[in-house]
Design a protein around this ligand. Structure first.
Ligand SMILES: Cc1ncc(C[n+]2csc(CCOP(=O)(O)OP(=O)(O)O)c2C)c(N)n1
Ligand SMILES: [Mg+2]
Length: 334
């Protein structure tokens, strides 16, 4: 694999990254990947219905940014949300049970893939309307600013969403009020079947923030160390009262947009090349092996551990009952 040195890389310090941190990143990214693979299988078996958007390929984004977060920080995202939930510490069992529409799920089986929340982990969803979470994220940050509690909100959205009007209305208000919000553009190069090259002529999405006075940067989203370093810069600015901050994280999704995707808009070779040359988990695996921090056997043992957690979550999901009919009349806002 080629060494990670993209022009975007503003110097993630690799010299003093500890074995513990690398192992943590490896575990967390692997958990998301194996969980998503399992979700794909359960979908194929008819155990998951409705929409299901997998995060495979993008794992370094949330794992790197969560490493820059502190207790009490908030996160909100789109429908491609399972990775965000796992990365902020939500229980894989509760997430998988929600995907299968069971009582043991985070929304008691009534929300599904796109509608899960955790007050405890400050995860505010899961939003199916493209871009809808962006003003909501600024609202969360507004509350923190009002309470002066030094908390930061990570507001994630895609390259497609970055062309929505509400994003720019939000930028304007967020900068006007110096809100402690990190706008994370997960640029996975596609919005459904539309390549970013076909949807916009401006090559850099983060630089649009300049029109509103918002600072930011682009970062290599396949390098978890670079993502963490950029996340720390963004969070520091927000905590110092200099927020908002935009991070355009360049990443790639390996699977289709959702479980039904004709996959006609890109070649198999393009996807394979990313997997072979840029995979974020493989990158950390190599850092661990080359640095003498772990052996092949150590990593196999971790793989086994993670598979066990994921299998357990799938078993839990299958065994959890469907919600009772009476649940139709609970959790209703009226
Ligand atoms: C307002 C709105 N318009 C269109 C859709 C249909 N739609 C769902 S996902 C999507 C693409 C969004 O792409 P991007 O923001 O890049 O996120 P990604 O799926 O790549 O994570 C579209 C057009 C929608 N859900 N909401
Ligand atoms: Mg996209």
């Amino acid at each position: 694999m080629a060494p990670r040195k993209s022009p975007e890389d503003k110097g993630a310090d690799r010299s003093n990254v500890s074995k513990e941190e690398l192992l943590k990143f490896y575990r967390e990214m692997l958990l998301i990947r194996r969980f998503e693979e399992k979700a794909g299988q359960l979908y194929g078996m008819g155990l998951i219905g409705g929409f299901c958007h997998l995060y495979i390929g993008q794992e370094a984004v949330v794992v790197g940014l969560e490493a820059a977060a502190e207790e009490g920080d908030k996160r909100i995202t789109s429908y491609r949300d399972h990775g965000h939930m796992l990365a902020c510490g939500m229980d894989p069992k509760g997430v998988m049970a929600e995907l299968t529409g069971r009582e043991g799920g985070y929304s008691r089986g009534k929300g599904g893939s796109m509608h899960m929340f955790s007050k405890e982990k400050h995860f505010y969803g899961g939003h199916g309307i493209v871009g809808a979470q962006v003003p909501l994220g600024a609202g969360l940050a507004f509350a923190d600013k009002y309470l002066d509690n030094k908390r930061v909100t990570f507001t994630y959205f895609g390259d497609g969403a970055a062309n929505q009007g509400q994003v720019y209305e939000t930028y304007n208000m967020a900068e006007l009020w110096n809100l402690p919000v990190v706008f994370v553009i997960e640029n996975n190069q596609y919005a459904m079947g539309t390549s970013v090259k076909r949807s916009t002529k401006s090559p850099s999405l983060w630089e649009r923030g300049a029109a509103y006075g918002i600072k930011g940067e682009a970062v290599d989203g396949m390098d978890v160390l670079a993502v963490k370093a950029a996340g720390e810069r963004a969070v520091a600015a927000c905590r110092a009262g200099e927020g908002p901050y935009i991070l355009e994280v360049n990443t790639y999704r390996y699977r289709g947009h959702s479980m039904s995707d004709p996959a006609k808009y890109r070649s198999r070779e393009e996807v394979q090349k990313m997997r072979d040359e840029r995979d974020a988990i493989e990158h950390v695996r190599e850092l661990l092996l080359q640095g003498g921090h772990a052996t092949d056997d150590d990593l196999k043992a971790i793989d086994k551990e993670i598979k066990a957690i994921v299998n357990e979550s799938a078993e839990f999901a299958k065994e959890s009952p469907e919600p009772a009919l009476s649940e139709l009349w609970t959790d209703i806002y009226a």
